[in-house]
Design a protein around this ligand. Sequence first.
Ligand code: FAD
Length: 454
Amino acid sequence: MATIGPAFRGRLVRPEDPSYDADRRVWNGSIDRSPALIAYCTGIADVIDAVRFAAAEGLPLAVRSGGHSFPGQSVCDGGIVVDLSPMRGIRVDPERRTARAQAGVLLGELDRETQAFGLEVPAGIVTHTGLAGLTLGGGIGWLMRKYGLTVDQLLSVDLVTADGSFLKAGEDENPDLFWGVRGGGGNFGIVTEFAYRLNPLGPVVLAGPVIWPMAQSPTVLRLYRDWITTVPDGLTTVVVHRTAPPLPYIPAELRGTPVVMVVCCWAGPVEEGQEVLRPLREAGPAAADLCVPKPPFTEFQAMFDPSFPHGRWYSFKSLDVDVLGDEVIDITAEHASRMVSPLTAFPIFHLGGAIARVGEDETAFTGRTAGHTFNINGTTQDAEGFEQERERARGLWSALAPHQTGVYANFLMEEGAERVEQAYGAEKYRRLRELKRRYDPGNLFRLNQNIPPA
Ligand SMILES: Cc1cc2nc3c(=O)[nH]c(=O)nc-3n(C[C@H](O)[C@H](O)[C@H](O)COP(=O)(O)OP(=O)(O)OC[C@H]3O[C@@H](n4cnc5c(N)ncnc54)[C@H](O)[C@@H]3O)c2cc1C
């Protein structure tokens, strides 16, 4: 194979190198792919070289920032992995309330820098997730109902296109491209840097799980459904069904038992939050109430990190529903009780609030009026029991499918072109395909939730 030009500054890893096996790994341990070359880019010039090289050689090209793609689309067989992880620069401007972050930044790293000034970009619920992939798909998380999606904070992106050109996209510069990167994933180019607007936060938040035995799930979910129709946008909640993990913050008597948790994050004055939470707390005694003032937010933000570590085997099936109707609740509770692996933990995100205040056509992200996103998964330590847990997850998905209103593109596995179209809806998909034709007519960037050029 030919090689990238000698000026390339980053590390180049090939199959014969001793570190190759570690370097080709991604977060999902069930993914086992062998690229011909892993190119660690240190700057824009390296990205341009890598893109031109892949195009000239006709090599499959995968883009890796945080490596957290559920289906492992950031690594490929026989092609080149353009790895952005060395590009970790973050610059916060507290006066203008903006931040610039390079593509290799992880969520927790951005939180650390922004929280130094009491500021925040709303993003996901696990700190070791890559900011780039999460942002480009939309970005849902603890602060979304108050401040919106991660893409709703974007001011501009810097990007390298399929022909190796460097472009900026924002409201005033390449606005069509800016529309597309706010939800259309990595289809249009490799983003090297993001500029975000910042929001005030904490540093204290009222946050944490309220926990019940899983057997009470039908009652808890009905109560939860009614309660969330009354709560202000400052509260974001995620319901999780799982086996209580052996973590220090979980009471000893609950560890290893099946539970349902309503995990809360109130981004406002603590006393006000206590009032908002009161109906949930008064409705019935919880097995544990760990929703307390948390200084700082970054500590709460890391709460789920140990539940989704690198290297386990993960399989996902996702869908959105409008409301938690009785049938949805009963299906969820019944199937959750059939989970066998103690490592499976499946979240249901409550959307709405600021997300729904942005028009559906304003960004490529689709599903702003959805009520809830189900992130159903089957997780095992390794191959043992994986197939069975995956089938159980699929069983829940199939039972819920008649209630499906859409699906979040960042939560898809490799589920085929029709499913990607479903994620965007026919009209937006057509617009995205037109855009793809303009910026990547040869579909160089196709190892993703692919939008084929029109
Ligand atoms: C543990 C875990 C928790 C998660 N929690 C949330 C959550 O709370 N909210 C949420 O919204 N999502 C969440 N996700 C999903 C997450 O948004 C996607 O998996 C996302 O793709 C991860 O980004 P990454 O950079 O780590 O991924 P990578 O695997 O590096 O990249 C995934 C894809 O994104 C594209 N891409 C990545 N970097 C670039 C770039 N610089 N330029 C252009 N395209 C690029 C490529 O198409 C690539 O295939 C979670 C995922 C995991 C594994």
